[in-house]
Design a protein around this ligand. Structure first.
Ligand SMILES: Nc1nc2c(ncn2[C@@H]2O[C@H](COP(=O)(O)OP(=O)(O)OP(=O)(O)O)[C@@H](O)[C@H]2O)c(=O)[nH]1
Ligand SMILES: [Mg+2]
Length: 356
């Protein structure tokens, strides 16, 4: 893995987590001082040569760069390490994880769209590569034509995907409007904060949760049923709770755009639960990333801040209470604080409706 500038440890931890989620074992990490950057290769010239040398001698299979490589940088680096070593930048790595975790047709279409848009400007590099392998006079002409063919096909496919995704989105919105008019709650938060675990704990939905980044690409909605108050007639009050795709710092633009409409649930929610992993040293940066995304997509819904994974801390730190006075402290895993959370959600959703 290659990082640039003065990376905080957290950035290294996160990149390692991403690599692990994608199935890579990290053999070594290289950090480049910010003042020695050669724009042609993203890191320093000397460092890039040293990396290429080590990659060859130790037969590493993959290099991951913690940033966005331009198509030219990618090509230059690829030329240095040779064609059998895979080079990924951070967006490429995240795209790969999304591709791995996409299950539904909808998620698969979205990931394919983002991948094609990411690949389109990089196609020329891929082809140059093949030409070089084949070598020889006469291979260039067909190669160049092939790039044009590929680009045209990619653009056509992008158009078709956008259309299909648009259609699915409209169908979903019709479906949503046909749902019972129950209050809606959406779980938002940084990837791995525990949103899916919390959805399961609150609603007994059977949503997949695990210790990998971006486990959830398909948002699931389930009902949270409150016990009926004594003496009240009729069905017990309920709200609909939706899981969402996790956020991450510098999410690739194409992915952001492709998954944007899945956040409609968030835009239309009556209440957002912002789930924060209290045990993560970087929780403040993570929470800020989430708030930034929410304001970027102009979500202006009431937010309840929920610090999760309390079981990993000894006690609720006083400073958190001061910094986030209205927040709750819970553990989706052990159930700690869930009764209080349910009651707060009830007060902020069904209780006002009943009082009307
Ligand atoms: N110790 C502890 N671990 C938890 C708690 N809640 C969730 N986890 C763990 O944190 C990891 C991530 O949980 P998920 O529910 O998949 O997180 P998520 O926010 O849905 O993640 P993405 O879908 O990847 O964005 C899993 O290994 C959970 O078991 C908790 O309260 N305490
Ligand atoms: Mg999840």
């Amino acid at each position: 893995m290659a990082l640039r500038g003065k990376p905080v440890d957290a950035e290294l931890v996160e990149l390692t987590e991403l690599a692990r989620t994608a199935g890579a074992a990290v053999a070594d990490t290289v950090v480049q001082k910010a003042d020695r950057i050669d724009p042609a290769v993203w890191i320093g010239r000397g460092k890039s040569e040293a990396v290429a040398e080590r990659v060859r001698s130790e037969q590493f299979q993959l290099i991951i760069f913690n940033g966005l490589l331009s198509p030219t940088q990618l090509r230059n680096l690829q030329d240095m390490v040779g064609s059998d070593v895979k080079i990924l930048d951070r967006p490429g790595l995240i795209l790969d994880i999304f591709a791995m975790h996409a299950r539904s047709r909808d998620a698969k279409l979205r990931v394919e769209l983002a991948q094609l848009q990411y690949l389109l400007p990089r196609l020329a590099g891929l082809w140059r590569h093949l030409e070089r392998q084949q070598g020889g006079i006469g291979t260039r002409g067909p190669g160049e034509t092939q790039i044009e063919v590929d680009r045209r096909m990619a653009r056509k496919r992008i158009g078709a995907l956008q259309e299909q995704i648009g259609r699915l989105g409209r169908a979903r919105s019709v479906q949503r409007s046909g749902r019972e008019s129950l209050p809606r709650v959406a779980l938002v938060g940084y990837t791995n904060a525990g949103k899916s675990t919390l959805l399961n704990a609150l609603t007994h939905a059977d949503v997949f949760a695990d210790d990998h980044l971006f486990s959830t690409l398909d948002t699931k909605t389930a009902a949270l049923v409150f016990p009926s108050a004594d003496g009240l007639q009729g069905p017990p009050p309920r709200v609909l709770v939706s899981d969402t795709v996790g956020f991450i710092r510098s999410l690739p633009d194409h992915l952001f755009d492709a998954f944007l409409s899945t956040l409609d649930e968030v835009r239309e929610a009556d209440l957002l639960l912002h789930v924060i992993d209290a045990s993560n040293a970087e929780f403040r940066t993570q929470a800020a990333t989430v708030s930034d995304v929410l304001s970027k997509i102009s979500v202006d819904r009431p937010v309840l801040t929920v610090f999760n994974k309390a079981d990993r801390l000894d006690a609720r730190p006083d400073h958190l209470l001061r910094e986030y006075p209205d927040s709750l402290f819970i553990s989706a895993r052990t159930g700690l604080g869930l009764a209080g959370l349910r009651e707060t959600v009830r007060q902020k959703t069904v209780a006002p409706a009943a009082a009307r």
